[in-house]
Design a protein around this ligand. Structure first.
Ligand code: PEP
Ligand code: MG
Length: 587
């Protein structure tokens, strides 16, 4: 072990993949692509288009090869990234716009393609949604690859990494990530990136500790510097001192034994010490996450955000496409239930297949989104409802409406569901006549009038992400006021209690599917308030189950009543934190 560090530098980023690594830096700097710009003579224009088409073919072949490698070395799930890349290369809009740009400007095809691709990248990068912003990374990756092919250049490869090192890079694209040799990469740190970037997905699947969002680390280290990567806390220590190394050695031992305790306990039932069962379900955005739901023992899906089907394509998905997608999930998880949420488009999520439908709005979060849009476009809504109904013939399906604000909206949605049922029935197609209907409670008016909504559905699911943003008037995506977004606010607790009581009074179940449900510190509070089910992103299930198994329901009830009596949200936060620490002693 090298102990040269006398003064160390601690850099904070985002914890992306758990674990602690210690080793020397492999600085991965991608060379900037120089794109020449010149006019193509009219006589050579046909040949220029042929060159573009040939480059598309070659790049598709390269991607197919990488896909094969990844599927073999990692998993079929990871390999699906490359299907998305193939789709970019096959996107007719991108190809025809490039050719149109070439026909109007007469400039070389690299310049034309880059102009159009950058336009797409900028459009995706502006979307206020982490998942979709990451799709800009897909287009960037494919663009870079195609430009390399057109220019006949090869990029610096992560495959050059042969000895055990920590990769430090500006960013790591999916195809670069796929080239990483897992036995040589001790850790991955990127200046850019977020929790859902591809580098992170790959790091997690390979169980390589990773920190992202370190901003300028690539400029502060050089090849061979010693680093600690703390993937639990999102910290990187450059040239650590002996004392730090000693501390980390100890933490690493404790954390990895805690992780394995979590995973072992995850095989056991989700039950408190005094025998109360709490159903833990999964939030998913894509059909291929079914494997993840199973891996983390989710009891089915509590929230399938179907809008990603509409967002990932420039065409609106047809009833058949939706049916196939929903059916795959339902069959994959049967007999466990799958709650399919109807289209929650608008707000921060545009509709690429029909951008005119929403149009510009001064306050998109208070605007034409989700159920409001669906009720005004019954054909679009019923197309989805029919697909959901048909999927219900293959397992246990529940349908759930987002952004319900009043009983009239719920009644109107139910009426369209009845029409959709009649249409499917008339075609002679099978479906579950008694499909359960859920209402998302995420608008304060719905929460306060929950008793009026309850008789018209079979369950509630509280969307705390939106509910808190609307209740506290805090834009959930605005960094400047992020510190005011407070799940422990007395108003939040009182409203949650009111919704839960209204549900139970009407004898319907209530779940929480916002981020609060997957936070092991807040989960006991929600359970103590009376929530029947929690739904969260699959990898969070073990930590939540662990705290459930370590506590008594009666203690969680006491925690909830103490929290409700508090008037200061900081004290409430301290209460729930202390409860967690008492029950889950890490050290
Ligand atoms: C929520 O608002 O809490 C929720 C689960 O829905 P989404 O995050 O998709 O808006
Ligand atoms: Mg919501």
């Amino acid at each position: 072990m090298d102990l040269r560090g006398t003064t160390e530098t601690v850099i904070r980023g985002i914890a992306a993949s758990r674990g602690i690594a210690y080793g020397q830096v492999f600085l991965y700097l991608q060379n900037e692509l120089e794109i020449p710009r010149y006019t193509v003579e009219p006589a050579k224009r046909m040949a220029e288009i042929a060159r573009f088409e040939q480059a598309l073919v070659t790049t598709r072949q390269q991607i197919a090869k990488i896909r094969q490698q990844v599927s073999k070395n990692l998993s079929e799930d990871e390999a699906l990234i490359f299907d998305a890349h193939q789709m970019v290369l096959e996107d007719q809009a991108l190809i025809s716009e490039t050719i149109r740009e070439f026909e109007t400007t007469g400039l070389n095809i690299e310049t034309c393609f880059n102009t159009i691709a950058q336009r797409y990248i900028a459009a995706f990068a502006e979307i206020d949604d982490e998942y979709l912003r990451e799709r800009a990374a897909d287009i960037k990756d494919v663009t870079r690859r195609l430009l390399h092919t057109l220019l006949g250049q090869t990029a610096m490869q992560l495959t050059e990494l042969v000895e055990k090192r920590i990769i430090v890079a500006q960013d790591v694209s999916p195809s670069e990530a796929a080239g990483i040799d897992r036995s040589a990469a001790l850790g991955i740190v990127t200046d850019a990136g977020s929790r859902t970037s591809h580098a992170v997905i790959v790091a997690r699947s390979m169980k390589i500790p990773s920190v992202v969002g370190t901003r300028d680390l690539t400029q502060r280290v050089k090849d061979g510097d010693w680093l600690i990567v703390d993937g639990y806390e999102g910290v990187v220590v450059v040239n650590p001192t002996q004392a730090t190394l000693f501390r980390y050695g100890k933490i690493q031992k404790e954390k990895s034994s805690f992780e394995s305790r979590l995973m072992t306990a995850n095989e056991l039932p989700s039950e408190t010490i005094d025998g109360v069962h709490v159903t833990l379900r999964a939030n998913i955005e894509k059909a291929d996450e079914v494997a993840l739901v199973k891996q983390y023992r989710g009891d089915g899906v509590g929230l399938y955000r179907t809008e990603y089907l509409y967002l990932s394509s420039t065409r609106m998905p047809t009833e058949e496409q939706q049916y196939a997608n929903y059916r795959a999930i339902v069959e994959g998880l049967a007999p466990a239930p799958v709650t399919i949420r109807t289209l929650d488009i608008g707000g921060d999520k545009p509709l690429p297949g029909n951008p005119q439908l929403i149009g510009p709005e001064a306050n998109p979060f208070l605007g034409f989104r989700a159920i409001r849009l669906c009720l005004e476009h019954p054909e679009l809504f019923k197309e989805q409802l029919r697909a959901i109904l048909r999927a219900s013939a293959h397992g246990k399906v529940e349908v759930m409406y987002p952004m319900i604000g009043c009983a009239e909206e719920l009644a109107a949605a139910n009426q369209l569901l009845e029409q959709a049922k009649a249409e499917v029935r008339a075609r002679g197609q099978a479906f579950d006549e008694k499909i359960r209907i859920g209402t998302m409670i995420e608008i304060p008016s719905a929460a306060i009038a929950a008793d009026i909504l309850a008789p018209h559905c079979q369950f509630f699911s509280i969307g705390t992400n939106d509910l808190i943003q609307y209740l506290l008037a805090i834009d959930r995506g605005n960094n400047r006021i992020a510190h005011l977004y407070d799940p422990a606010h007395p108003a939040v607790l009182r409203v949650l209690k009111q919704v839960i009581d209204a549900a139970h009074h009407a004898r319907i179940k209530v779940s929480v599917c916002g981020e609060m449900a997957g936070d092991p510190i807040f989960a006991p509070l929600l359970i103590g308030l009376g929530v029947d089910e929690l739904s969260m992103t699959p990898p969070l299930i073990p930590a939540v189950k662990f705290v459930i198994r370590a506590m008594k329901f009666s203690d969680a009830e006491k925690l909830a009543s103490d929290a409700l009596a508090q008037t200061d949200s900081k004290k409430t936060a301290a209460l729930v934190e202390a409860f967690y620490q008492r029950h889950v002693a890490v050290e």
